[in-house]
Structures are given as C-alpha cells and as structure tokens.
Design a protein around this ligand. Structure first.
Ligand code: ATP
Length: 241
C-alpha cells in the first residue's frame, strides 16, 4: 500500500535525518517504527504526510509511493485527499474550540454530509468520552482524552492509512493500553496504520511488522512478535537486561 524507497532527508541542507530508508506498509496492516530520540522517526512521517517543508526539511533522494501514486514532495492537502492522514506529534488539538468543533475541523475536506455523519458516529463509537464531552472546550480534556480527540479528528478525513506520531507520549500506562486497543480496533475496521513510537511494548503489541531506526537508518525489521523476542529489542527498547 505504502512503499518508501531509499529515502534521504536533510534539514537546512546539513543535518541528514533520514539516510537511505526503505520500508513498506502492506494493505490493512499495522506497522510500527521504533527508535530512540533523534533516530529520524518523525522526519519519516513528516515526509510521508507532506509536512516536511513546514520544518524546513528536504527530500534529497528516494521516493514515497502510495498505491499507484508518487507522493514524494506533494502538498499535505493532496496527500490527505489520497487517504493518508497524520495525527501530529504533540496532538495539536484546538484548545479553545469544543470537542465537536475539533472533530468538524478534521472533516472539513469531506463535502459528503452522509459520509461526515458516519465518520462522527465511528469516532463516537471508538471514543464514547468524545460524545459525552462534545460541547466542552478541548483544552480542558485530560492528556489521554486529547490524544483520543487528535486521533478522532484525523479519522474524520476517512483515512485509508493513518499515521501516528508517538501517541503514548506523556500518558499513564493504563491510558497507553487504551490507545493501543483503539489502534487495533481502527485497524480491524479496515484502516492501515503506521505507528511511530518510543513505547516499544505498546507498539509491538499492536503491530504486525516493525522497523527499528537508528540514526537515520533501518537497523532491524521484521515480524513484530519475532522482533520483540530478539536480544537487541529486549535490551534496548523493552527494558530487559
Ligand atoms: P524524537 O522522538 O525526538 O522526535 P525522532 O526519531 O522522531 O526523534 P527526528 O525528530 O526525525 O527524530 O529527528 C532526526 C534528526 O533530525 C535529529 O538529529 C534532529 O535533531 C534533526 N531535526 C529534526 N527536526 C529538525 C528541524 N526542523 N531542523 C533541523 N534539524 C531537525
């Protein structure tokens, strides 16, 4: 479904953040990208979603293909219309708007009213708390609820591939577990997911396949369960000695 081939990305013409990465997200799968701070995970997602330019980054080589379309260097808007939608790092919800208004903002590109109503119903079924809090200011939600809102807002654009940047960041373990369950459910409903995470336990629990990035390169990749059993992942990412 998504194929990244020999991708190289730099910032300001100097910092090479991604150094020849190739990876794939098969149709209807969940793929995790793990790696420590600065490994290039966010840069990879920004390149796929077309937001790299906002961060002064540039694709120097390689391609990003989504099905039959070359997405490399396309605008974020065009990429969303193709069905690839990112939940940004740090959630970026509109704190002064209500929960309902945030969701509506996510569905703005969708003119079909019936499709929009269906998307809202899907989001409310996945996150009942967003229905209960529909009229409340989004800034008053807890961290976990804000992450749920950010995911719900992205789902309003009816993505076929959902990109998630560290959804577990700053959340309590119980809430991280809930986010993991929701990702699995979204995937069961037919949406493919590319999940960037530092929390390897959650990511490998929900993913079919995974890649480990190390200073801009893929150092390990394979079946998520098999990767979780390797010494390197146990030691570096799962906290076992
Ligand atoms: P983190 O979890 O800390 O976000 P990451 O794996 O997502 O880490 P990136 O954010 O992609 O890593 O960063 C990869 C490299 O690119 C790092 O060396 C980082 O300092 C650099 N970098 C990221 N964004 C920019 C930017 N806007 N300008 C310059 N350098 C950047």
């Amino acid at each position: 479904m998504l194929t990244v081939d020999s991708l190289r990305v730099t910032y300001g013409g100097a910092v090479e953040a991604v150094r020849g990465v190739s990876m794939e997200v098969p149709d209807r799968s969940v793929v995790a990208v793990l790696g420590s701070n600065g490994a290039g995970k966010s840069t990879l997602l920004r390149t796929i979603s077309g937001t790299l330019r906002l961060h002064r980054g540039r694709v120097d080589a390689g391609t990003v293909r989504f099905e039959d379309t070359d997405l490399t260097r396309r605008d974020a808007g065009q990429i969303v219309r193709r069905g690839v939608v990112q939940v940004p790092e740090g959630r970026r919800i509109f704190g002064r708007l209500t929960v309902e208004e945030n969701l509506r903002a996510g569905g703005m590109g969708n003119r079909d009213r019936a499709a929009k109503a269906k998307a809202v119903a899907r989001v409310h079924d996945l996150f009942p708390v967003l229905r209960e809090r529909a009229g409340q200011r989004a800034g008053l939600l807890s961290g976990g609820e804000q992450q749920m809102l950010a995911i719900g807002r992205a789902l309003m654009a009816s993505p076929r591939l959902l990109l998630l940047d560290e959804p577990s960041l700053g959340l309590a373990p119980r809430v991280i577990g809930q986010i993991g369950e929701v990702i699995a459910e979204i995937n069961r409903q037919g949406t493919a997911v590319l999940l960037v995470e530092q929390n390897a336990t959650m990511a490998l629990g929900v993913a079919d396949r995974a890649y480990v990035l190390d200073v801009g390169r893929v150092s390990l990749s394979g079946d998520a369960r098999e990767l979780a059993a390797t010494d390197e992942v146990q030691r570096l990412y799962l906290g076992h000695t």
